[in-house]
Design a binder for this molecule. Sequence first.
Ligand code: DLL
Length: 432
Amino acid sequence: MIWNETFECMSREEMRRCQNARLSDMIERVYHTVPFYRQKMQKLNLSPEDIRTTQDLVKLPFTSKNDLRDNYPFGLFATPMSEIVRVHASSGTTGKPTTVGYTRHDLQIWSEVVARCFAMCGINRHDIVHIAYGYGLFTGGLGAHYGAEKMGCTVIPISGGNTRRQLQIMSDFGATVLACTPSYALHLADAMSEHGYSLKDLKLRIGVFGAEPWTDNMRHEIEAKLGIQAHDIYGLSEIMGPGVANDCDFKNGLHIHEDHFFPEIVHPKTGEPLPEGSEGELVFTTITKEGIPLIRYNTRDLSTLNYEPCPCGRTLVRMKKITGRSDDMLIIRGVNLFPSQIEHVLLELKETSPHYLLIVDRENNLDTLELKVEVDRSYFTDRISELQALSKRIQHALNSNLGLNIKVTLVEPKTLERSEGKAKRVIDRRKM
Ligand code: DLL
């Protein structure tokens, strides 16, 4: 089933026309409502008339996560707060999250694009959709929820955590679709036998997995263990949330809803737009969003664009499964984490020095984190109880700031390896 044939199967020519018209409207709007963009354009001697087609976009600079941080919390919103009906947030590079706001119209578009994604996966209104993405400031839970409801599915808004209960509800309610991170899907699959479930207790047929990088090997493993078709859903809070792109039955790239999110691939070092087929940073311009329209937002995700027609019938451009990031952002159990956020927390604590090493691993398909941190010389002691209390305090500070449980191991001053160049702060041992 194709959810919206008009937009998903347009000719290239029609799509360009649609994108150009929407882009001009958006530029006109933000020029008059968002001082940040107006000033940028004025500095470059550009007026809205200079940006009429998607090809003109190169005249404008990129927008980054830092720009959102510098305008925290609502400085980039393009409508009065009375028009904003929802706010979400995701990790920033330091203490402040990046915040996004949605008008009612934005929420309608978000539901539409998620419904399109679900249709690409083969989901229909008879499905019972178990949503184990987190609900809250994270966009995963509510984003998937509204899309599934729009489609008319029966939604189980279970949110994340509590594996035993997830299995029980999935089995008792007869869920046919599972939506969660791919690593959690594998964890659920592996935990089945321990909790007394087998595949015959579940009616699952489709999985909608995203929010973190995963490989086709993981896809095959999940499909075999859960007896389902596993699909990849991509998105990010800044652009909308889940639903920016999704793969169809052919699983050969994710169709981008380019009538709402105009994609470019640029060179990670020079920022130059790259020709079709080259790998680079994925950049999006939102051409219909009202709450917080973003111009040339650099996601730092690495991918490739493919404009070849797809056998599924959709003409929407496809992005290759994300192959990595051009910055140091980690995704831990679906939560985005920048090492600089850890540093930020450590700097607030006088007992520690900012010399640390973060070790990321995966146990039973769940990410684990260990932080080795040097105790400041003036606080170093041989008393085990004092050290234990200190590591608890650090763990608590990390948890309340980052929302992640991190095992803290204190080490003596000057024991972590110093590097002459860029400090090595992270060892990622996860195999995907
Ligand atoms: O993770 C939105 C989302 C929720 C997508 C549920 C899919 C499903 P953020 O927390 O802002 O938003 O994180 C966005 O996560 O820039 C990518 O680095 C990564 N990411 C999201 N989906 C995928 C995916 C949500 N399918 C960041 N494959 C993005 C690889 C993904 N990475």
